[in-house]
Write a protein that binds this ligand. Structure first.
Ligand code: S3P
Length: 437
């Protein structure tokens, strides 16, 4: 495991070549630990993301009395305790940087007979939790937060939950999943309706663990009172981690890169649709299935891009890929218009503000809007970027730097270990000019 460092020096660099693998999917890794812990029997997870976010979730379940082994790196064996087998912890449960960890745990823990305290790092402590507290309270939960609905979350145990029929005001897989996990323990039916369909990993995995669940894009329903049965989970590579290399190989002339076994859920791969509309040359090679999830290799060759208007309905399908898209747009000819993406302001950082500030400091002309931006393609200069401790901002600027006129220094990169701990070695193996400094 590389040492976390405070900064990188990146670019300018030449073409990306050969083939690479990126780490396991973060969303699926979190959920595999949670459902494995609540299942009856032993769940083996292969391709588990060895990132700080998902390791924090493992530590939380160990604190709650679940035995979890690590036979090899990227593998976990979870000895499930059954739906009612968790034990309360006197100590705070540390979610680190992980919004997924904290919000899903809020749903699961709201239904336990014991109290819990969920805490996170500085970034997570400024992220809105009202979006889960409000519907969970409607189910009968009692959760106290800091002023403004911020963490830490004090979850009161011993509450009897009942199912609700809830239309989420924001398209959020985390909110949906928190309600579904609470719904496992609730009396009656829990229904979640979404304004736009979001990633459906919780639904698919509950079904794979034998829980009766009915779902279609935009609506899901389940009832309490069943049993989760352990099953093995093969985690595909994380599309969101692959996205940085997809954009890098697209924008750097002469590139021809293969990225292996990437998760291809349509609820995650909106970036591919947008990049192709911009002129990208991305081939989906050998589409197949791993544990019921679509997977493919991606062959990415350099192509000249042009600006597009990103349709609002696609935003949830690429919610984590906007930092990478901002870079592709800045390298394209003409303007790219992004609207309807206000959720970016409450991610690990305010991703509209951090991308606008960073791209401007490299000389790109960009107009900021409350819910997006208009990015005018141009040439990147050198400079210094503050990633604001946001993993995806740091990796995006490492990509932009490849086309810069001179070196780009990127500060505050330690949190890249949350999702892509080997980013520097994987990216340099693909050809990126990037070093710890
Ligand atoms: C996630 C859902 C998304 C995404 C996050 C992971 C998940 O968050 O941004 O990185 O695993 O459910 P929202 O539900 O807040 O959109």
């Amino acid at each position: 495991m590389p040492m976390p460092t405070e900064g990188w020096v990146a670019g300018p660099g030449g073409p990306l070549r050969g083939s690479v693998r990126v780490p396991g999917d973060k969303s699926i890794s979190h959920r595999a630990v949670m459902l494995g812990a609540l299942a009856e029997g032993t769940t083996r997870v292969r391709g588990f993301l060895e990132g700080e976010d998902t390791r924090a979730t493992v530590r939380v379940f160990e604190q709650l009395g679940v035995r979890i082994e690590t036979p090899n790196a990227s593998e976990r064996v979870i000895h499930g305790v059954g739906l009612h087998g968790l034990q309360g912890s006197g100590a705070a449960l540390e979610c680190g940087n992980a919004g997924t960890g904290m919000r899903l745990l809020a749903g699961l823990l709201a239904a336990q007979p014991f109290d819990s305290l969920l805490i996170g790092d500085a970034s997570l402590s400024s992220r809105p939790m009202h979006r889960v507290i409000e519907p969970l309270s409607a189910m009968g939960a009692r959760i106290d937060a800091e002023t403004g609905g911020l963490p830490p979350l004090r979850i009161h145990g011993g509450r009897l939950l009942h199912g609700i029929d809830y239309a989420t005001p924001v398209a959020s897989a985390q909110v949906k999943s928190a309600l579904l996990l609470a719904g496992l323990f609730a009396q009656g039916e829990t229904v979640v309706r979404e304004p736009h369909p979001t990633r459906d990993y919780t639904e698919r995995m509950l079904s794979a663990f034998g829980w009766p669940i009915v779902f279609a894009p935009g609506v899901v329903r389940l009832s309490g009172g069943h049993v989760l049965r352990a099953t093995d989970v093969d985690v595909p590579a994380d599309f969101s981690s692959a996205a940085f290399l997809v954009v890098a190989a697209t924008i750097v002339p002469g590139s021809d890169l293969l990225i292996e076994a990437v998760g291809m859920s349509p609820r995650r791969t909106g970036l591919l649709r947008v990049l192709r509309a911009m002129g990208a040359d991305i081939e989906t090679v050998e589409p197949r299935e791993h544990s019921g999830e679509p997977v493919a290799d991606l062959r990415v060759r350099h192509a000249a891009l042009h600006g597009v208007e990103v349709p609002g309905y696609i935003v949830p399908d690429m919610i984590d890929e906007f930092p990478a898209l901002f870079v592709a747009a800045a390298a394209a000819r003409g303007a790219t218009v992004i609207r309807g993406a206000g959720e970016l302001r409450v991610k690990e950082s305010d991703r509209i503000a951090t991308m606008v500030a960073g791209l401007r400091s490299l000389g790109i002309v960009i107009e900021e809007a409350a819910d997006g931006a208009v990015i005018n393609g141009g040439r990147f200069g050198g400079g210094t970027i503050d990633s604001h401790g946001d993993h995806r901002i740091a990796m995006s600027f490492a990509v932009a730097a490849q086309l810069a006129r001179s070196e780009v220094r990127i500060n505050d990169v330690a949190n890249v270990t949350t999702s892509f701990p080997d980013f520097v070695s994987t990216a340099t193996a693909a050809g990126l000019a990037l070093r710890n400094a």
